[in-house]
Every structure is written in structure tokens, then in C-alpha cells.
Design a protein around this ligand. Structure first.
Ligand SMILES: *Cc1c(COP(=O)(O)O)cnc(C)c1O
Ligand code: SF4
Length: 338
């Protein structure tokens, strides 16, 4: 007789680790030996709740409320400030949507929001107010998405975004990539993800075998803002991806009090490079409501980049960019006229 146990659905380890993420400010601060009654903390962030994987917390310093990793995830009363020009949808993305979940703003590439879920909730996130439930393209087995791409043969690259596309299971990724595989003009599948940084267990044998079965070139753009985010587990995940033939790039957001010194940005590039990742973009913050306290001025940002450029080889210097609605690509700073 077959034991009933074999009927239990197999769940990879990363899914349990994801489910065990810390979701309460109190618990997070207790783990870090910080007084939850410290001034400035927002105990309940209702619209965009706290969420942090435990492995990421283990890279934070104990007792330091200004730890650069903690500051990215800890809800502060500063979020309640009304910043001038800070809006719910600063990029006006709702108007660039071609079919539900598919954004095309730039030539030759389109961005697909595959899920609203993320492993971590970053307080500065420009999608914190995004209506993911209305924009779920998976509901019709991607039919509208695939049809749109078929009718637009100039699209060579699809960018899987979110939320975080790697919070999808391997089988859901497979369903999507099977459908994208029907499109001969698609050369590249790009994945924008923070999971390999905050939950490197996601890069397991199952995911790597999915990578190995893809026809298209796989580019992965991870999202890491500070050198302390890269520990041995992250480096190991990156090296495995690299051996699987994935092109690895990083994008960061320039954040006040977190990575707004030249020394930190230089160390970030060097640490990424040791893990096999090249810096791609350093983003000026999108002006989303609740994130005004993270802003670094353009003048300061441009000055920082001069120092970074003077200290590093060109291939370790990210491009400082800002996203502006209506432009044909990201806008590089300083602009052509300055
Ligand atoms: C950022 C972005 C891209 C990618 O731009 P690259 O310069 O190719 O990295 C594509 N589509 C949308 C909607 C974007 O916001
Ligand atoms: S992982 Fe990316 S999409 Fe998710 S909250 Fe952080 S910045 Fe936003």
C-alpha cells in the first residue's frame, strides 16, 4: 500500500522561509534588541504593512535603529508627511498599460507585472499604491498579453516585474514561459527581482532547471542598495545563476541615510562585482507619497557620482537615472544641457 504521506504536495524550502517572514514591527525590533517605543516609529503601517524575511534581518546590526538595512523596511512616522509633488502614481503608469498588467513605455521592450507579491516591503517603493488586483494578467492564462505581443513584433524583450516575479512558484513561471516561448521575435527574458538578495534560498535546483530550459537569453536585474545586503548566501546564489548562464545586473535606489555617501556606493559596486554582478542603474527616487524623507537632491547625487567615477573602473559605475513620464527611456543625470 502506498502511504498517504506521498500525496502531500511537495513545497520547496523557500516557500516556507517566505511564509515565516516577520510581519510585525514589534517582533522585528525585539529581534534587533531595539526598544519598540523608540521615537519616530510608526507602529501600524496599514496601507503597506511591514514584511521582512528573517535571513535579511540577520544581516542587520543589533541595537542600531539607523542600520541601513533596517531603515529600508521600518515604517517611520516620517511616512505621514505630505511631500510636495509626491503622488500615489508618480509615473502615471495606469496610462501606459496596453492590456492588464502590460506596460510599454520604451521601444522594443515591455514590462509585465506578474504578481503583486514581494518577499520584502521596501518603504520607498514606487509601487506601494499600485492596483495589482485589477492588473492581474494571469487570470486569462496570459491570453491578452500573448496576443498583444504577437501583434507587436518589434518587442524583443519582455521584462518580468511586479511585485516580485520570483515570488511566483516555478510551475507558474513555467506556464508563463511556455506561452512566451510561442513568440519567435522574443530574444530576451529579463527578470527584475529583489528575491535573490532578500531570500537567496529562492535560487534552488528547481529554479535553476527552469533557467536551463529557457530558449531566450535570461537577464536578471537584482535590486540591492547597500553592501551589507550581500552575505555568503547571496554570493552563492549569484554564482549559481552565473554558472547557469544568466546575465546579472543590479539596480539600486539612492536613499537618504542609507546609501548616500560615495564610500557606501563604491563599496556596493565592489561587493556586487565580487558576487558576479555588474551595477546597472542608480535610480533617483520616484516621488511616491510616503517616501519624501528618502529624497537625495540631484545636486548631491551628481556630486556623489563624480566621486564614484573617480574611484572605480567604468564598468563598476552605475548610470544615475530618473524616470520621467512620457520620456522614451530613463533620463540620465546630469542631463545633456547641464
Ligand atoms: C525601466 C523600464 C524598462 C526598462 O528600461 P531599460 O532602460 O531597458 O532598463 C522598460 N519598461 C518600463 C515600463 C520601465 O519602467
Ligand atoms: S521588492 Fe521591489 S517591488 Fe517589492 S516592495 Fe521592494 S522595491 Fe517594491
Amino acid at each position: 500500500m502506498i502511504p498517504r504521506l506521498l500525496n502531500v504536495e511537495y513545497k520547496p524550502a523557500w516557500q516556507s522561509i517566505l511564509a515565516q517572514a516577520v510581519k510585525s514591527t514589534d517582533e522585528l525590533l525585539r529581534l534587533l534588541e531595539i526598544d519598540p517605543a523608540s521615537p519616530g516609529i510608526l507602529p501600524l503601517a496599514r496601507d503597506f504593512p511591514l514584511r521582512v524575511p528573517r535571513g535579511y534581518i540577520s544581516r542587520m546590526a543589533k541595537g542600531d535603529i539607523n542600520d541601513p538595512l533596517l531603515r529600508q523596511v521600518l515604517p517611520l512616522q516620517d511616512e505621514m508627511q505630505e511631500g510636495n509633488g509626491y503622488l500615489p502614481d508618480p509615473l502615471d503608469e495606469q496610462h501606459s498599460m496596453q492590456v492588464p498588467g502590460l506596460l510599454q513605455k520604451y521601444k522594443g521592450r515591455a514590462l509585465l507585472t506578474t504578481t503583486g507579491a514581494c518577499a520584502v516591503h521596501c518603504r520607498y517603493c514606487f509601487r506601494r499604491n499600485f492596483p495589482y488586483n485589477e492588473a492581474n494578467p494571469a487570470t486569462d492564462n496570459w491570453e491578452q498579453t500573448i496576443n498583444w505581443i504577437k501583434q507587436n513584433p518589434d518587442i524583443k524583450e519582455i521584462i518580468l516585474s511586479g511585485g516580485d516575479p520570483l515570488s511566483l512558484t516555478d510551475s507558474r513561471l513555467q506556464t508563463l514561459s511556455d506561452r512566451l516561448g510561442e513568440l519567435p521575435h522574443l530574444h530576451t527574458l529579463r527578470i527584475h527581482t529583489r528575491l535573490p538578495i532578500v531570500l537567496p534560498e529562492r535560487i534552488d535546483d528547481g529554479f535553476l532547471s527552469w533557467v536551463g530550459s529557457q530558449k531566450q537569453h535570461i537577464v536578471m536585474v537584482v535590486h540591492c542598495n547597500h553592501p551589507h545586503e550581500i552575505d555568503a548566501s547571496v554570493s552563492k546564489a549569484m554564482i549559481r545563476l552565473k554558472h547557469a548562464g544568466v546575465t546579472l545586473l543590479n539596480q539600486s535606489v539612492l536613499l537618504r541615510g542609507i546609501n548616500d555617501t560615495a564610500a557606501t556606493l563604491i563599496r556596493l559596486s565592489e561587493t556586487l562585482f565580487s558576487a558576479g554582478v555588474l551595477p546597472y542603474y542608480l535610480h533617483q527616487l520616484d516621488r511616491v507619497r510616503g517616501a519624501a524623507h528618502f529624497e537625495v537632491s540631484d545636486t548631491t547625487a551628481i556630486g556623489l557620482m563624480e566621486e564614484v567615477r573617480a574611484a572605480l573602473p567604468g564598468y563598476l559605475v552605475p548610470r544615475l537615472v530618473r524616470e520621467l513620464p512620457g520620456e522614451p527611456g530613463k533620463t540620465e543625470l546630469p542631463g545633456r544641457n547641464s
